[in-house]
Design a binder for this molecule. Structure first.
Ligand code: DX5
Ligand code: ZN
Length: 217
């Protein structure tokens, strides 16, 4: 399975988002973290900014909604043209209904799990989604260390997806770098979010290439 690299603009310069999106034109997706200061203890950007980012981004936008009440707010991000909209399992009231709504609006539907949330209760939902996001840090901030203990969950998710013969992508987010991306790929991830590793690099396109190669081995 091809590895997709999704740099997170959480580590970009928020006064220069269009310029910094231009730096990741060779990536597969631009990962946009929406935080509401309720689901996570941090506040980033909302729908009006994401609407503009979708318009100026050189690559499709992958939104990661770390917000309460995604049932109410997530469809707006699909309507804004985000290619992928991921909401948290811990926050959604009716995840199947929401995933169907996102797909109806033309977006890929993603379901995210915090590091301590098991995948097993959500296996029946796999046929309703396009991507499972296994958080590899506690959501809320960039620059944290990869939690090794999430690797078995990535493996269990990938096994369940293969056993059901589904085409569901497995995304990892948090602490992904040259040092960790191969282990995440070996465990079964195929979409890799990297914020500080990409935007902290001297040569951003070269870093994207390196991460893609490491994940594709
Ligand atoms: C954290 C966000 C991540 C963050 C990752 O809650 O969901 O997307 O930007 O940052 P790094 O790659 O620096 O761990
Ligand atoms: Zn994220």
């Amino acid at each position: 399975m091809a590895a997709l690299i999704a740099p997170s603009i959480l580590s970009a310069d928020f006064a220069n988002l269009e310029r910094d999106l231009g730096k990741i034109a060779t990536a597969d997706w631009a990962h946009v973290d929406v935080m509401d200061n309720h689901f996570v203890p941090n506040l980033t950007i909302g729908l009006p900014v994401v609407e503009r980012l979708v318009q100026v981004s050189p690559v499709p936008v992958d939104t990661h909604l770390m917000i309460e009440d995604p049932d109410r707010w997530a469809p707006g991000f699909a309507e804004a043209g985000a290619q992928s909209v991921t909401f948290h399992a811990e926050a959604a009231t009716a995840p199947v209904r929401l995933a169907r709504e996102l797909r109806r609006l033309g977006s890929r539907a993603g379901l995210a799990l915090r590091p301590a949330t098991p995948v097993e209760p959500f296996l029946d939902l796999l046929s309703e989604i396009d991507m499972l996001l296994v958080m590899t840090v506690e959501p809320g901030f960039g620059g944290q260390s990869f939690i090794e203990g999430t690797l078995p969950k990535i493996q269990r998710a990938r096994r369940a997806i293969s056993a059901a013969d589904l085409d569901v992508w497995v995304q990892v987010d948090g602490g992904i770098s040259r040092a960790t991306i191969e282990r995440a790929a070996d465990a079964g991830a195929n979409v890799f979010v990297a914020g500080s590793a990409v935007y902290g690099a001297d040569d951003v396109p070269a870093e994207i290439d390196t991460l893609r190669q490491l994940a594709s081995k």
